[in-house]
Design a protein around this ligand. Sequence first.
Ligand code: GNR
Ligand code: NI
Length: 175
Amino acid sequence: MAKRPIIWAPDPVLKTKCTPVAAVDDDIRALMDDMLATMYAAPGIGLAAPQIGVTRRVIVVDVSDKDEPANPICLANPEILWKAEETALHEEGCLSLPDLYADVERPVAVKVAYLDRDGAKQKIEAEGLLAVCLQHEIDHIDGVLFVDHLSPLKRNMIMKKMVKAKKNRAREEAA
Ligand code: GNR
Ligand code: NI
């Protein structure tokens, strides 16, 4: 399992609609393992393949508490089958928009079909933080960031901060 660099917005790879995986083979399993290593190291509660530069429909999540056993879930070709009509606001962050947070409105529960790490068809019904995280990650593989759910004013404020943060990082890396 190798940790990989996380791509920061703005970047075209984060705006890309990712392609489905044909089958969960050893290459996809290695990708899932690298994504989990990258997510746990960050640390984060989810990661989507485009965040490490791979435009395939693969996401990983683990919303377990620190004092609980780890509960990694690997999802290939996740598909939202059902969304609750009820919505709620939840504060979101993103490893591709480090240190920037905003309240995002989403359905409070979702049902998702996917292929697991063994390529078996699975369904998961989620509410609470897991529902938020799954929707955030599935957005990523459709080229959508949490800021795309905000008003243009809020989105532009956050993206301006990201342009500055990326310039600062480039300057630090060059120094
Ligand atoms: O680590 C993360 N935390 C988080 C908090 C609230 C809503 C969504 C998330 S996902 C984020 C990791 C990430 O960027 N996944 O794409
Ligand atoms: Ni994210």
